[in-house]
Ligand binder design. Structure first.
Ligand SMILES: Cc1ncc(COP(=O)(O)O)c(C=O)c1O
Length: 388
């Protein structure tokens, strides 16, 4: 293709999610289980009162202003680091503000990998990992998230630097979470490798998980010198702040000097792409975390409860009617198990015809219970099963 760089991917970009979401919005009878955003019980996008109350004090000049640096505003960086890491990480770390969790993942990939390198991520995963891999001309290797031996096999297949993405807990789309024992095994494996390893933990949904989902952060304190841990956090999910495009990349390593250089690299990459971020969003999230933390935690607890009610009801009813789901722990989604992608396509079409809007994933159909009020989730599994 003329004008564009030689390795540009010129195939037509189709956003699998946005196109179905648009169709659902146009259908008055739709059961819309497409969006990866939390909706309330009235069917409106869920928002945190404390976030929007706090936002009122931000002035037009603050909204209009550039942020103070490509790496982000100091107050935001300090507040988000404390929020994500709590008091669990005593190793060295460096944090940068990013354009959502996506910006964190993209920056991690673009700064750590060269064209032609391997990137390892789950076989059933958020579709954007592949888009990011393709965009950077990387070779994807995928693993079965339920099988650590398979993950380790894929790690062993890579010659040179290992770059592994793990999306746990609340994996999109499966809702899977690794137990502490599994994390322990993963870190044993990574720590034992002779090559450099970058572990990118996509923790976009971690705030909606139950059962102390950050317990494994303790393992960041005992990593070998060959391991760089990168956490990709998302304010889109944590604060229902999707359109504000805010997140964070937190790098953890034994070598403080390396982290200083790495942050410098990331800052330059940020300057060259988004330049700097939404100043008002950073001011506001810092304010929420510093001044309204208890209010936020209370609202978050309520939001988690609302979500848990939907998922536990749907999972129980799916079991009762024999609708086979992938095993899940918690999160925004559950996924119907499909034998192959041909039968998935046919089933997905039947669901669309019945006004039930879901998202196709590899060997599965994702049901975004985050966007379905409880009264609509009630009985939905049986309606879906009837169409199978
Ligand atoms: C698994 C996963 N990671 C990261 C993100 C990043 O979201 P954002 O860029 O809006 O923070 C998403 C969004 O849907 C996601 O599903």
């Amino acid at each position: 293709m003329r004008f564009v760089r030689k390795k540009e991917n010129t195939s037509r970009y189709v956003d699998n999610i946005f196109s179905v979401t648009q169709a659902a919005k146009a259908d008055k009878q739709a059961i819309n289980a497409t969006a990866g955003c939390l909706y309330d019980e009235e069917g409106k996008l869920f928002t945190y009162d404390c976030v929007y109350e706090s936002e009122k004090s931000i002035t037009p000049a603050q909204k209009a202003a550039y942020a103070s640096s490509p790496a982000g505003n100091k107050d935001y960086i300090e507040a988000v680091s404390r929020f994500v890491l709590e008091d669990r990480v005593h190793n060295h770390y460096a944090t940068m503000a990013t354009a959502g969790g996506t910006g964190a993942i993209y920056t991690a990939v673009a700064t750590c990998l060269d064209e032609g390198d391997h990137i390892i991520y789950p076989a059933i995963a958020w579709g954007n990992y592949k888009v990011i891999a393709d965009e950077n001309n990387l070779k994807p290797l995928t693993y079965d998230i339920y099988d650590l031996d398979d993950m380790f096999e894929k790690i062993d297949m890579v010659q040179g630097k290992v770059f592994l993405i793990i999306n746990s807990p609340c994996e999109n789309p499966l809702g899977h979470a690794y137990s502490f024992d599994e994390w322990y095994k993963i870190f044993n494996k990574l720590n034992s490798l002779n090559e450099d390893v970058v572990l990118l933990c996509d923790i976009a949904y971690i705030d909606y998980a139950n059962n102390d989902p950050k317990a494994y952060f303790d393992l960041f304190n005992g990593i070998s010198d060959n391991v760089l841990v990168l956490l990709a956090a998302s304010c889109s999910k944590a604060f229902s702040y999707y359109g504000q495009r805010l997140g964070a990349l937190i790098a953890i390593n034994n070598d403080e000097e390396f982290l200083d250089h790495y942050l410098n690299l990331c800052s330059r990459a940020a300057r060259a792409t988004w330049s700097n971020l939404n100043n008002a969003a950073m001011l506001n999230i810092a304010k929420v975390l510093n001044e309204h933390y208890d209010d936020y935690m209370k609202e978050l607890t309520d939001a988690k409860e609302m979500l848990s009610k939907r998922t536990s009801l749907f999972i129980r009813q799916a079991k009762e009617c024999g609708l086979e789901l992938y095993e899940s722990a918690d999160g925004f989604f559950v996924t119907i198990k499909m034998a192959d992608n041909e039968s998935r396509d046919a089933f997905h079409k039947r669901l669309l015809d019945a006004h039930i809007y879901t998202i196709k994933v590899n060997k599965g159909i994702r049901v975004a219970l985050c966007s379905v009020p409880l009264k609509i989730a009630d009985g939905l599994a049986a309606r879906i099963k009837e169409l199978s």
